[in-house]
Write a protein that binds this ligand. Structure first.
Ligand code: NAD
Ligand code: TYD
Length: 339
């Protein structure tokens, strides 16, 4: 089987490629990635020499390039991770989010249609459901929760999801969609909360917490997400949406304090900064469907996953120090200037 993985030089796509090649060594994996600021070839260096792996630097919006690669490689399955993924950047500049997340998704599905109705999986997010109130811990996102987005990022992902469902209904494209909660683990770009706090702690820099730090996210170790996607692609029902999440809700401030204590730093590093515009209050997934239908359950407990993640950032300082010393500095200075 030949699998196209888009966005494989990013956080989750990169972890997925490592997982897939280890679990299914008989498969050929072709990574398509534009290598934006968030893409990093070092993430893929452990598999670059694998004869069953091919890397292609390509924009998923580049129709000619994408169709050419389908012609050459004849994929059986496409898993679309490629996206602009950071909410704060989408608030500053939505345009590229619409381009990659919506037009790119349509381009990949057009190619799937043109080359024999190739099996297509869309990696989506729980952010398409908007947020839940902080004072209703009994409420969770199910697959039936209406789409109700808050940010340009989540709106672009919701637009893509609707298109994916339309391609199934209109053209019979064999699709599935997964909507996962916040991931953490190795190779996450240090603009996202957990790696940003780890990196700043290690550099004794202020730890920016938006608002009062009371917003809640449902954290899942990235490998558990990879396992869920693999299951859905192989055994999921065509045309279906599956929510993925591990009942692990935490307030941002508690995550920050946990990392501080693990690294034996001081809470004095915490700096409360201006809140994110339109900041979603709480995300929480009900994973009953994927559990009942596919037997999926998260395997890594947060206490273990966060320790593994901190250890990875300690052991792989080169990976993230190279990132934060480059172009990323300009973004960081601008983003946190008026804290
Ligand atoms: P990321 O930003 O770390 O990586 C995105 C990758 O896509 C990068 O390698 C980038 O170079 C590539 N890319 C961007 N635009 C491209 C284009 N036009 N053509 C080809 N490649 C392009 O993102 P991530 O955190 O790994 O997220 C992966 C997917 O999972 C996204 O679709 C995201 O919406 C979804 N998701 C993320 C989370 C999370 O917590 N990070 C949770 C749920 C769902
Ligand atoms: P983030 O990692 O950007 O993921 P998402 O917005 O997709 O949930 O942020 C996670 C939470 O942490 C979110 O509530 C915003 C908050 N946050 C901070 O408080 N400070 C920061 O510097 C960042 C990047 C995020």
């Amino acid at each position: 089987m030949t699998v196209f993985v888009t966005g494989g030089a990013g956080f989750i796509g990169g972890n997925f490629i490592h997982y897939h090649l280890a679990q299914h060594p008989e498969d050929r994996v072709v990574c398509i990635d534009k290598l934006t600021y968030a893409g990093n070839l070092t993430t893929l260096s452990p598999v670059m020499d694998n004869p069953n792996f091919l890397f292609c630097k390509l924009d998923i919006c580049d129709r000619e390039g994408v169709f050419g690669l389908f012609e050459a490689e004849k994929p059986d399955t496409v898993i679309n991770f490629a996206a602009e993924s950071h909410v704060d950047r989408s608030i500053e500049d939505p345009g590229i989010f619409l381009q990659t997340n919506i037009i790119g998704t349509a381009t990949m599905m057009d190619a799937c249609r043109a080359f024999g109705n190739v099996r297509y999986h869309q990696v989506s997010t729980d952010e398409v459901y908007g947020d839940l109130p902080l004072d209703r811990p009994d409420l969770f996102f199910t697959e039936k929760t209406p789409i109700h987005t808050s940010s340009p990022y989540s709106s672009s992902k919701a637009g893509a999801d609707l298109l994916v469902q339309a391609y199934h209904r209109t053209y019979g494209l064999p699709i599935t969609i997964s909507r996962c909660s916040n991931n953490y683990g190795p190779y996450q770009f240090p603009e996202k909360l957990i790696p940003l706090i780890i990196a700043n702690c290690l550099n004794n820099q202020p730890l920016p917490v938006y608002g009062e730090g009371l917003n809640v996210r449902d954290w899942l170790y990235v490998e558990d997400h990879c396992k869920a996607i693999d299951l859905i692609v192989r055994k999921g029902r065509i045309g279906e949406v599956y929510n993925v999440g591990g009942h692990n809700e935490m307030r941002n401030i508690d995550i920050v304090k946990l990392i501080i204590h693990d690294l034996r730093k001081s809470e004095d590093l915490i700096t409360f900064v201006a809140d994110r515009k339109g900041h979603d209050l709480r995300y929480a997934i009900d994973p009953t469907k994927i559990h009942n239908e596919l037997g999926w359950l998260p395997e890594t407990k947060f206490q273990d996953g966060i320790k593994k993640t901190i250890a990875w950032y300690l052991e792989n300082r080169n990976w993230w120090e190279e990132i934060i010393s480059g172009e990323y500095q300009n973004y960081y200075q601008k983003m946190y200037a008026n804290g």
